[in-house]
Design a protein around this ligand. Sequence first.
Ligand code: AP5
Ligand code: MG
Length: 230
Amino acid sequence: MADGAPRAAGNSLRRALILLGAPGAGKGTQAREVARIYGVPHLSTGDMFREHVAKGTELGRRAKPIMDSGQLVPDEIVLGMVEERVARPDCAEGCVLDGFPRTLAQAERLEEILSLLPLRRAQAVNLALDEEAVVRRIVCRRTCGKCGAIYSTEAKMPRVPGKCDVCGGEIIQRPDDREDVVRQRLAAYHEQTQPLIEFYRRRGQLLEVDGSRDIATVQRDLLGLLERLQ
Ligand code: AP5
Ligand code: MG
């Protein structure tokens, strides 16, 4: 969350908000803003893994070849990392989960974890977008190598070319954003993650947002839905 971020007037999230959607659907873009506005942590498992890779930890060494090939990191590695993070006191008023859960086993374990925490409730939002649009967005994506802020050559460029607006870090392209890896990430999404839409729909915990519109319009719809949940 950005320092000094304004909180949503009088509102608190009081939930684990789960952003579902294909690679490139806009989960990270929206998750950062929702977390900033509600003043809760933004937990991106992809960002956590990228941090481990950058620091050269054991976990990062295990995750890197898997991420670079577009496959999912095994559940036990992901769950170990998330369980510890969600239980920290800064998540007591809510958190935004971006890229987690990604398999049925992760979703089931998240239910168990939340049932033991003050947070308890989960709410999933699916950002729906067709496949050609997600590939185009990923190809256009640029990222801050230092803080992970997300840019796009089409939709959102930094004010100073090559420098992050947030931290001044260098703007790079993610190593898994090559088109062949993107196709593999989409295959993993269809096989392992898409079934979660039905999982949360059956539980009455699913909201749908049309992710094909511009960033500000998607954000307005998403915030409107969240306000009605209060
Ligand atoms: P992760 O980092 O989560 O990648 P992903 O799911 O593939 O999703 P992306 O980050 O690519 O897309 P996004 O939806 O966040 O889109 P964004 O907002 O950036 O995971 C990476 C890897 O880590 C995985 O492949 C896996 O190996 C591993 N991993 C992570 N979590 C795991 C888990 N739980 N289990 C197992 N393995 C795990 O937007 C994309 C672009 O579009 C940007 O350029 C943005 O500026 C632009 N954009 C966004 N919204 C709009 C809009 N409305 N209009 C126009 N442009 C837009
Ligand atoms: Mg992301």
